[in-house]
Design a protein around this ligand. Structure first.
Ligand SMILES: Cc1ncc(COP(=O)(O)O)c(C=O)c1O
Length: 490
């Protein structure tokens, strides 16, 4: 197989160039039936391949032709036995991984700081989570991954678990010793499922942490769209396992996937795979150099810290991805969110995310020295302005949220009788809703967890800082839906 080929993208172009008379959806028929302004903006070329699963173009639900070939090439590039394309992002691929291994009542070992798609999958499948505390970094105020020791303990206590779920690398680019985690899980005959949303590129450069497939994991949900150059919403699910069959994964993925799969997204996956396989290493090499240079410059600015390899060495910080710039701003006495807004308003810079203490900027092959120097210049001015303004203030104290106790399975809580109470009077009640700070979408509460005073305080600090706390029906968060209590009759 030649990685230079793009069977799906090329096949679509060949089909479009034949200009078939179309009596099928999409009804815009290569753009002729749509709003003129939008058509001109998107362009006739893109619209000509906005097609559907007519027989010459294969079908993502039963791939035998050009989609199958494209997936096979992707499997070769990612070191998998099978690759499945997802047009429902990594969220869709994560749900498919979990639902492929968990039946109702089955246990799955998961870190508590998972993305909401993991909790959704736990509710859909009826699985019971066995939570592992992620390692908390009290200096930065962020969670890292889980340690091999914690996985060992969780499996020793729950050898009947049907899977171990690992985030590798985390949103902030930190990796645990995935290979060791895989060895431990496999010694219990338990498959390892990896959330690789933030690590499509790591497979293509030896200086970056091991990818899920390199570490021997069974499945990985990988956001090609985030850092691998495909269009937003397009991801892959990689499989190489003696525990899970490709037939099972295909059927679960199909249950969760639209029947109107976007061929523009699918073609972008085919092209991104070629680009990564052929040019990935060189591009990532340059990206690492640019990120390292930028990190050094940021670290020369007073009151700012751009995290580097000094973070390594704990059991949960085994390796890291230097293309992620975690910039701690707490010494300036302002929040990461204040910095996000300031950078937007003063320099038209958009960061990847902010939290109470940090901003995260990602560097990819799409960046140049020019963008990097705009960021460094802006941060220099930021430091000068706020260091003077806040010179007598103490640096912000890092607060990390408590992990609540799970009283009911998330599925039971989701379907239970519920009532609405004021948030401030909900301490001790069992939440029926998700509450999370988004991004990155990590839960403060899951359905089924007991609400604590500390967690309410954490919500208030995030809201006061302007950070987006999301999830509950009541967007103001004055009230929350909790499990109804049935009091004894007198
Ligand atoms: C850690 C993590 N996992 C999974 C996802 C879901 O990825 P997607 O947006 O492709 O559905 C995200 C998205 O931000 C994420 O941060």
């Amino acid at each position: 197989m030649s990685q230079q080929r793009t069977p799906l993208f090329t096949g679509l172009l060949e089909h479009a160039n034949q200009k078939p008379v179309q009596f099928h959806i999409p009804g815009h028929k290569t753009g002729k039936g749509m709003d003129e302004e939008f058509r001109k903006f998107i362009g006739d070329q893109a619209l000509s391949i906005d097609l559907i699963n007519i027989s010459p173009l294969d079908d993502l639900h039963h791939p035998h032709g050009m989609i199958k070939e494209a997936q096979n090439l992707a499997a070769e590039a990612f070191g998998a036995d099978h690759t499945f394309f997802s047009v429902q992002g990594t969220s869709g691929a994560i749900m498919a991984m979990i639902m492929s291994v968990c039946h109702p009542g089955d246990k799955i070992v998961v870190p508590r700081n998972v993305h909401k798609s993991v909790t959704s999958a736990i509710i859909f499948s009826g699985a019971t989570p066995v939570f592992i505390h992620p390692e908390l970094d009290e200096n930065l105020g962020i969670s890292h991954g889980i340690t091999p020791e914690a996985v060992q303990k969780a499996l020793a206590a729950n050898p009947d678990a049907k899977g171990v779920f690992v985030i590798n690398p985390t949103y902030f680019g930190i990796s645990a010793d995935l290979k060791k985690i895989v060895e431990i899980a496999h010694s219990y005959d338990v498959p390892v499922l990896v959330d690789e949303a933030h690590g499509v590129h790591i497979h293509f450069h030896e200086e970056l942490p091991l990818s899920a497939m390199q570490a021997g994991a069974d499945m990985a949900a990988t956001s090609v769209h985030k850092l691998g150059g495909s269009l937003t919403q397009s991801s892959v699910l990689n499989l190489k396992s003696r525990y899970v069959t490709p037939e099972r994964v295909q059927s679960v993925l199909s249950m969760l996937t639209t029947t109107s799969t976007s061929y523009i997204l699918l073609a972008s996956l085919d092209a991104a795979r070629k680009h990564l396989a052929i040019n990935g290493r060189t591009l990532i090499e340059d990206t690492i150099k640019l990120a390292e240079k930028t990190r050094k410059q940021i670290n020369n600015i007073s009151h700012l810290l751009c995290v580097g390899d000094e973070i390594l060495g704990s059991n949960a910080t085994y390796d890291y991805d230097p293309t992620k710039l975690i910039i701690s701003v707490k010494q300036l006495g302002i929040t990461g969110y204040d910095v996000e807004v300031w950078l937007r308003e003063r320099f038209n810079i958009e960061v990847e995310l902010s939290d109470l203490y940090n901003i995260l900027c990602i560097v990819t092959p799409g960046d140049t020295e020019e963008e990097a120097s705009i960021l460094v210049h802006a941060l220099q001015i930021l430091s000068e302005e706020f260091a003077v303004k806040n010179k007598d203030e103490e640096p912000l104290q890092v607060e990390v949220p408590d992990i609540p106790v799970l009283a009911l399975s998330p599925r039971d809580a989701f379907y239970a009788d519920t009532e609405i109470v004021s948030l401030n009077h909900s301490i001790g009640r069992i939440s029926a809703e998700f509450v999370m700070v988004y991004p990155p979408g990590i839960p403060i509460w899951l359905p089924g967890e007991i609400i604590t005073k500390e967690n309410i305080q954490y919500i208030h600090s995030n809201m006061d800082a302007g950070l987006p706390v999301q999830g509950p029906e009541d967007e103001t968060l004055e009230t929350i839906r909790v499990i109804k209590e049935h009091k004894a009759f007198r």
